[in-house]
Write a protein that binds this ligand. Structure first.
Ligand SMILES: [Zn+2]
Length: 211
């Protein structure tokens, strides 16, 4: 691997090159406020439980982890981080039969060559000992949500997801995975086609960002 196995928090050498963080930094990261996470998505009829693991710390370790995962060319980080998220979801009472990533917009996916949410979903599924499946597709391109207001975000992603061809989720309990939860607009829009197809949908994200 081209990258040295150094902790993204303290730069200590890591025994496993796919790990992102040493045990000390992992334990010390700021946890997301569970009530704030629930409030973002509680009103949405398509979403059951909502879990986010860490709180964004501008300039801090969570930000560095998310950046490395998304832009740093280290998609392998997603799997061990996903395992941590999966255990947190289980501790929060989430019980599902299948894990699915939020699909990336096609252009962004090609640009980066991978979907960081798919790597996270793989780790979550491993931790929960359930399968992972691509249950959703994008129906149209969307703009980056970063510069948009909450209502513009909802408009931007409304109807942007559909059930993948051949996916049968009727009566299934699905956990939908994204890397960052901000207003909840993307996860809510992605949950909708699954709920409409008869799934019970919970959602989980690695980090909660301030909107
Ligand atoms: Zn460390």
């Amino acid at each position: 691997m081209a990258y040295p196995a150094l902790c993204l928090g303290c730069e200590a050498r890591l025994p496993d090159p796919v790990d992102a963080l040493c045990a000390t930094c992992l334990r010390g990261l700021p946890r997301a406020d569970a009530e704030a996470v629930t409030r973002l998505l509680a009103h949405d009829p398509a979403v059951g439980a909502a879990v986010a693991l860490w709180a964004f710390d501008p300039g801090g370790t969570v930000r560095r982890v998310q950046h490395a995962l998304k832009y740093g060319g280290r998609p392998a980080l997603g799997v061990p981080l996903g395992r941590v998220l999966g255990l947190a979801a289980r501790d929060a009472g989430v019980s599902v039969e299948i894990v699915a990533p939020v699909p990336l917009a096609r252009l962004r996916s090609l640009d980066r060559g991978y979907n960081q949410s798919a790597a996270l979903a793989e780790g979550v599924a491993a931790a929960l000992d359930v399968p992972v499946a691509d249950l959703l597709v994008r129906t149209r391109p969307t703009r980056s949500q970063a510069a948009l207001s909450a209502s513009a975000r909802r408009e931007n992603v409304a109807g942007a997801f559909a059930l993948a061809p051949g996916a049968d989720v009727s009566g299934r309990r699905v956990l939908l995975i994204d890397d960052v939860l901000t207003t909840g607009a993307t996860l809510a829009a992605a949950a909708r086609p699954l709920a409409e197809a008869g799934a019970r949908v919970d959602v989980a994200a690695l980090a909660l960002a301030g909107a």
